[in-house]
Design a protein around this ligand. Structure first.
Ligand code: HEC
Length: 123
């Protein structure tokens, strides 16, 4: 019984790892390369630089670091829509992600573009 539980944990850890690999191959993970094709990545880059980089480039306050795969593998499992919604609304899990990165002037579309830009840095 106990052993079985342990095995399940190992298996679920493995499937997260496998999903990370699949992400690189664009084959079946929650967020794939195709998911970001519809966003304006140039706009996303400027939004990111102005409103997101302060935390996500350094990783302060437990922010997942941009371009660091290990910080994102499990997060990508949630899918693009959830990542965007949480970035717009803000949320607290291990740290505090302020709504729209603390910049209320941003539109929802601009935040979505910035998220797509961040996902792009993992490819
Ligand atoms: C003040 C620091 C700070 C700023 C500025 C900031 N973030 Fe975050 N962000 C965080 C932290 C901390 C987390 C992790 C929160 C947690 O998991 O508890 C996070 C998490 C995220 C996540 C992962 C969400 C998830 O479900 O795992 C995304 C995507 C994200 N931020 C996007 C953005 C975007 C886009 C911007 C700019 C518009 C931005 N962040 C600006 C601190 C920040």
């Amino acid at each position: 019984m106990h052993k079985e539980y342990h095995m399940k944990k190992v298996l679920s850890a493995l499937s997260v790892f496998a999903a990370g690999l699949a992400f690189g191959l664009d084959a079946g993970a929650a967020v794939t390369g195709g998911d970001i094709a519809k966003y304006d990545l140039a706009n996303g880059e400027s939004v990111y630089t102005a409103s997101c980089a302060a935390c996500h480039t350094s990783g302060i306050l437990k922010s997942p670091k941009t371009g660091v795969q290990a910080d994102w593998t499990a997060r990508l499992e949630q899918g693009m829509d959830t990542l965007i919604k949480k970035s717009i609304d803000g949320y607290t899990d291990v740290g505090n992600m302020p709504a729209k990165g603390g910049n209320d002037a941003l539109t929802d579309a601009e935040v979505a573009n910035a998220v797509a830009y961040m996902v792009k840095q993992l490819q």
